[in-house]
Design a protein around this ligand. Structure first.
Ligand code: UDP
Length: 329
């Protein structure tokens, strides 16, 4: 029996990955403080309520669970908040990950999956971006995550840690079964907000800038279905179990979608008009962010299969209706 300990398993990406780990035969144990996670998203294993900043509780959980692999999702993810309160991000994301590295080393656990991000790259110099692209993050969130990548690499060299650092582009969509989906408080992501605009008369969807140098003037992002992310994490866990070396992987589709195309897709799937206004650009938004996923394809054997915009928006819309309590689910 193989066991995976999942910090942040009550969050959006973490919960979808737990579902996939369980489907692949893993015993899943979640370690989450429920600060921004949700108890009802923990459905595929035991929940240990604990904080990664509580080193004694973290060590006790690792000692009891004896995981083959630790998957670390627990982190704060708002760029704007990280600019206003960088200490919060360095404490939770960077110090929290350091606590995990030390706890793993002490316990003799040598395999780890890390939720990294395209935000570690900063301003793109090329598109699609390979993993070898310069990493020069432009906000504290990206820096708090990049430092973890650097620490993991040092622990790999010094102590033999084997890790898969997975750099997500834009995680999106919801479980096709409708059991779990994206729920952030506050919500800042474009697809749930566009869905909100179609669902509610009192919410006005705003496009953040339409004067970018892109095909329709709005920002291009690489949206990858959260269930595809789940399959990539399961593939990464297998890779480490088979002796795979420490490595960094982009998780994206290689295709970009504009904000206007998202809004149009929401209109199509909902059958409702989505009124939109154009507002100013959001600080720090590059025009285009698209992944090269060649390494994940070659090394992990992973290709996204559920990440067409229609499938992403279809599942996101169904979940948004259900989570808002709309009749019919
Ligand atoms: N965006 C937008 N309106 C919104 C929220 C986001 O136009 O209400 C744009 C944002 O400027 C970016 C894209 O949608 O170009 C994706 O933003 P999101 O916050 O979902 O993800 P990010 O790319 O910041 O990780």
């Amino acid at each position: 029996m193989k066991t995976i300990l999942v910090t942040g398993g009550a969050g959006y990406v973490g919960s979808h990955c737990c579902k996939e780990f369980a489907a692949q035969g893993w015993t899943v144990v979640v370690y989450d403080n429920l600060y921004r996670g949700w108890r009802d998203m923990v459905r595929w294993g035991e929940l240990i309520e604990g904080d990664i900043l509580d080193t004694a509780a973290l060590q006790a959980a690792i000692a009891r669970v004896k995981p083959d692999v630790l998957a670390h999702f627990a982190a704060l993810t708002y760029v704007g908040e990280s600019v206003e309160q960088p200490g919060l991000y360095y404490r939770n994301n960077t110090l929290g990950a350091f606590n995990i590295l030390e706890a793993l080393r002490t316990a003799g656990v040598d395999k780890m999956i890390f939720s990294s991000t395209a935000a570690t790259y900063g301003e793109p110099l090329e598109s699609p971006m390979p993993e070898t692209h310069r990493q020069l993050p432009i906000n504290p969130y990206g820096r708090s995550k990049l430092m973890v990548e650097r620490m993991m690499a040092d622990y790999a060299d010094a102590y033999g840690l084997r890790f898969a650092s997975l750099r997500y582009f834009n995680a999106a969509g919801a479980s096709p079964d409708g059991d779990i989906g994206e729920r952030h408080e506050p919500e800042t992501h474009v697809i749930p907000l566009a869905a909100r605009g179609a669902l509610r008369d009192d919410y006005q969807f705003t496009i953040f800038g339409d004067d970018f140098d892109t095909r329709d003037g709005t920002c291009v992002r690489d949206y990858v279905h959260v269930s595809d992310l789940g399959r990539a994490h399961a593939a990464a866990a297998d890779y480490l179990m088979k002796g795979g070396a420490a490595q960094f992987f982009n998780l994206g589709t290689g295709e970009g979608t504009t904000v206007k195309e998202i809004a149009d897709a929401i209109e199509k799937v909902s059958g409702k008009p989505l009124p939109r206004t154009v507002g100013p650009r959001r600080a720090g938004d590059p025009a285009v962010l698209v992944a090269s996923n060649a390494r994940a394809q070659e090394v992990l054997g992973w290709t996204p299969t559920q990440s067409s915009i229609d499938e992403i928006v279809r599942t996101a819309w169904a979940w948004a209706r259900k989570d808002a309590g709309c009749a019919g689910g």
